[in-house]
Write a protein that binds this ligand. Sequence first.
Ligand code: UDP
Ligand code: MG
Length: 314
Amino acid sequence: MRLSVVVPCYNEQDCVPRLRAALLHVLTPLTDEFEVILVDDGSVDGTLDQLRALARADSRFRYLSLSRNFGKEAAMLAGLAHAAGDMVALLDADLQHPPELLGDMVALLDKGYDQVVARRTRTGDSRTRSAASRLYYRMMNRLVDVELTDGVGDFRLLSRRAVDSLLSLRERNRFSKGLFSWIGFDTAVVDYENVARTDGTTKWSLRSLVNYGIDGIVAFNHQPLRLAVYLGALCTAAAFGYALWLVVSALVHGTTAPGYVTLMCGIIGFGGMQLLLVGILGEYLGRIYHETKRRPHFLLKESSHAPEAPCADD
Ligand code: UDP
Ligand code: MG
């Protein structure tokens, strides 16, 4: 098998027919040896029925169905784990990742690269969203030890070596943008124009974006914990200075009763700071808790092939 294409699908019944046509259009001239692995991530619409029909009609289309919605990261992992190709492409079902790019990407991989990533321009994004994401990436790259690039998502082509490396990372909290970058290997970039989603709806809300952002920071480094050390040192130094000033002033002018404002500011300020830092500790603790349970990343409900395949990923 030369090329596997992995597509996570969550409630994408409107996209599947166009996706099939677009993939066939691109893949048929590229190679005879390809497979498309569609991963139904616990969809509640007609997606699974469509995937079943597709796999029945054309054996090059295979599907996996997860037992519930495990999230895109898990769906991609399931697809990667079942892909047999020497190279594996990851792309979205909504055609926001134009399959036409696959030709160029395959050519680059053949030149010896292990990862070919597609980078999108941000045309069409709202100005606040692109400004927020620029700011986020600038901050991330200062905090995190791996290099992350704005506009680079999960749309990419991986060599067998890169796929096996990714599969060998067993962590539960998967922030794949970071994982892709962490495994290293020679990486090439191709640019493409941003495409607006035409069918179905995006699964990202503002809240899930913010949570994703926090995941990215916490999954890849422990710098935020260091914040506690710096803040603690700063506050202690400030408190010493202030105490000294109070003592001297009491000695010179005698004690005066007022201090309500100072006290309140101190209590509220320090209370807030402590809660924040406990929260940061909790973020790490929660992750350790989940890692130690060692639950599988996903459970399979059915698949188009090998019914005797293990139903979990380990
Ligand atoms: N997706 C998934 N599981 C989820 C959410 C999304 O498999 O829980 C898939 C979805 O079907 C699509 C891809 O991930 O193929 C990207 O999702 P979406 O288009 O909503 O994200 P966006 O393009 O807005 O970043
Ligand atoms: Mg999309």
